[in-house]
Design a protein around this ligand. Structure first.
Ligand code: IVH
Length: 700
């Protein structure tokens, strides 16, 4: 294929893929199957690899992310991102309507919209291309999160139709319930802290440094406001219809209202109906439709006078605190959970609420047998928001956080700067041992099928396992015939318990032993995750193994070299060092190693040469012939290691255009060799096949 033909075909594929994306994400009317879509996308990816000169940042292939941002640039908004004034009752809406009519007369039309509960975003487009995506920040300046936003499939990277050359459009990025629940399920399995609600998850995800990770999380976006200093329409509603034609996802739940009564109906309908939506809304937004009238009404310093938000009341109920359980997790963190008198709230019976930590109990001023208010917002687990002090029984005592572990009686400790009380008895506290083993056998860890929570408990009760290495000592005779009867609470009626018997039959015992044998092929990154080091989830484990491909290298890593790895901060680095300085952990690892578990990453099959073997490379600036991701791949193909910030350990910096002055100064100060894009390519391409050729790393 000639270069010209390739360009033509790449353009054709981009248009096709964009069109199918639009059909799927905006119109909800796909024309082709997911499989056919994947074939088109793969064809594009292959062609762009062959002809990297035609790879565009807004190509649909770039939705998978890859760009890493260490810190998000704080940029000015072209137009300040104002918020809306809030109202909480019908009287305030009536007053708003009166104010509007007084200024623009009685001929007024309102648009009622859903108030999406996510993260506000401003998108700038130039000549139909997404240029920038900025969070609200303080309204005047926000964070540039473009590389992450590019991965959200319902946000068009290239527009279609008769769009203006320059414009900004605002909307809300949110986490749909289904993806949010899946995210938290995965985090639970990985032992990571759960996101309290979809809004927090959306905001946390947008600030992730690795856009490839953002791409895996299924964020979504609705757009709701096109700046009106262009002439696309004379009213808000029509401007959104136009925006939909250009490729934006616009909510169809909008209503044109002329009378206040219609507004109230819309509010009431959605107050009832919001539970059936697949995402969270926290109210209704009412906007004057006509742009001319909007201009007449103008803005206050903080918000437009032509719009108001009606906030729903969070659903809450009163109930009684019965008792508090202190639960010990696999990392030893003790979480207080309130047992409540069952109460109906937002369609479900609530009988437990998390209290998170000791600070929360303290702030609530919780006393035994208190009447409490429970609230269910977007959260999965309801929370106690306040205590009804008037109903407190005389003489009731303030709730005290336990001082000793409720399971093993060890004195709890609290690390500086952390809210959690932790049981330090990692080696013999039963729930910690069982929790660690349950984590170790998990699907994303060592994947020991046929062993689950109940069976681990049986093995533990029978003193067959007291750490993860003991699993590999098990034999058929140990397993066969074990059994236990568990009491299970009926979810419909907490007063009824049912019995469930778990027993190890012949097949189960054989399957467990086979899975244990198979787990000896599980790659090092999953083994590292399986070890259950605090704060080391699946992704962090992968990052660590990329940087330190063997146990020996990881064990030897000091804090500075851990901090050089992208996504690794102080908390994780300290936890890793702590884990490897514990002799119990080291002896378990030694036993696992002796059993044949993988503690070394397989060598990179894509290796082209060893020219950059063991060299730490930092890339900076914008490149002409290759994208930043491509440069990173080339570095890895030649054995180099990509690190995100310059330190004394950096071997060299590959500098494109506009390298940050601070980075440049640091590189010069530390005497680090700086290479231009051309010099770098020449370096890796020279004598391509001479493995291990020495490179001159002396400074320029
Ligand atoms: S209009 C100039 N419409 O609610 C007015 N905002 O304080 C632009 N929000 O920060 C905002 N859904 O993040 C508008 N349909 C909707 C909305 C909406 C959610 C958010 C937005 C804003 C906050 C109001």
């Amino acid at each position: 294929m000639t270069s010209e033909e390739a360009k033509k075909h790449i353009d054709f594929l981009c248009d096709e893929i964009n069109r199918h994306n639009y059909n799927y994400y905006v119109l909800d009317r796909p024309e082709i199957s997911d499989y056919q879509f994947d074939i088109l996308l793969q064809e594009l990816i292959d062609l762009e690899k062959q002809f990297p000169e035609f790879l565009d940042v807004n190509s649909p292939s770039q939705r998978v992310g890859g760009a890493v941002t260490k810190s998000f640039e704080n940029v000015d908004h072209k137009f300040p991102m104002l918020s809306l004034s809030n109202s909480y009752n019908e009287v305030e809406i009536l007053e708003f309507d009166e104010r509007v009519r007084k200024l623009v007369g009685d001929d007024v039309e309102y648009i009622c919209e859903l108030k999406f509960d996510g993260v506000a975003i401003s998108l700038s487009y130039e000549y139909g291309q997404l240029k920038r995506a900025v969070t609200r920040g303080d309204g005047n300046k926000g964070d540039d999160v473009t590389s992450n936003v590019r991965t959200i499939k319902s946000i068009p990277l290239t527009l279609q139709g008769d769009f203006p050359d320059f414009f900004e459009i605002r909307g809300e990025i949110y986490y749909p319930h289904a993806s949010f629940n899946k995210l938290n399920e995965d985090r639970l399995e990985e032992g990571l802290q759960l996101f309290a609600n979809p809004r927090n998850a959306a905001s946390g995800t947008l600030k992730m440094q690795d856009s490839a990770e953002v791409a895996k999380r299924k964020l979504d976006c609705y757009l709701y406001y096109l700046s009106y200093d262009n002439d696309v329409a004379d009213n808000h509603y029509d401007s959104l219809l136009k925006a939909k034609k250009w490729g934006f996802r616009i909510s169809s739940y909008m209503a044109k209202c002329h009378h206040i009564q219609e507004i109230f109906e819309f509010i009431n309908d959605w107050n009832m109906g919001r539970r059936s939506l697949p995402f969270d809304i926290d109210g209704i937004v009412i906007k004057v439709n006509n742009f001319k009238q909007q201009r007449e009404l103008g803005f206050t310093a903080k918000s437009p006078r032509w719009a108001i938000a009606y906030k729903f009341k969070a659903e809450e109920a009163r109930t009684k605190l019965l008792s508090i359980d202190f639960q010990v997790g696999r990392t030893g963190v003790v979480t207080p959970v309130a047992n409540l008198e069952p109460v109906l709230l937002a369609g479900t019976v609530v009988k437990r609420a998390t209290l998170h930590n000791a600070d929360v109990i303290q702030q609530l001023g919780l006393h035994e047998h208190d009447t409490v208010v429970v609230e269910k917002g977007g959260e999965i687990i309801p929370k106690i928001t306040s205590v009804v002090e008037e109903l407190r029984l005389g003489g009731s005592k303030q709730v005290q956080f336990c001082e000793n572990c409720p399971e093993c009686a060890t004195l709890l400790v609290r690390n500086e700067g952390e809210a959690a009380w932790v049981c330090p008895n990692t080696a013999s506290c039963p729930p910690q041992i069982k929790g660690k083993i349950e984590h170790f056998i998990g699907r994303k860890a060592m994947n020991i099928e046929s062993l689950g929570e109940g069976k681990v408990e049986i093995l533990f009760d029978n003193k067959l396992v007291s750490n993860v290495a003991d699993l590999y000592d098990l034999n058929y005779n140990d397993l066969f015939g074990l059994e236990k009867v568990f009491a299970i609470e009926d979810p419909e009626n907490p007063t009824i318990t049912k019995e469930r018997k778990i027993s190890f039959q012949k097949k189960t015992a054989e399957n467990i032993l086979q899975s244990l044998e198979n787990s000896k092929n599980v790659p090092f990154s999953r083994v590292l995750f399986a070890l259950g080091i605090r704060f080391v989830g699946e992704t962090v484990a992968k990052k660590l193994v990329e940087a330190f491909p063997s146990l020996e290298k990881l064990k030897a890593a000091d804090k500075d070299s851990l901090l050089e790895v992208s996504e690794i901060g102080e908390r994780i680095a300290d936890s890793v060092i702590d884990f490897f300085s514990n002799n119990d952990n080291l002896s378990i690892i030694q036993r696992l190693k002796d059993f044949g578990i993988q503690f070394e990453q397989e060598t990179n099959k894509n290796r082209i040469s060893n020219k950059l073997e063991g060299k730490s490379m930092v890339i900076s600036g914008v490149f002409t012939n290759y994208s930043r991701d491509q440069i990173k791949v080339i570095i890895e193909q030649h054995g180099g290691k990509n690190v995100s910030s310059i330190s004394a350990k950096t071997d060299f910096v590959v500098a494109g255009e506009n390298m940050g002055p601070a980075k440049l100064e640091k590189a010069i100060k530390l005497n680090i060799k700086i290479l231009s894009e051309e010099e770098f390519i020449q370096l890796v391409q020279s004598d391509q096949n001479q493995m291990g050729k020495e490179i001159d790393f002396s400074p320029n």
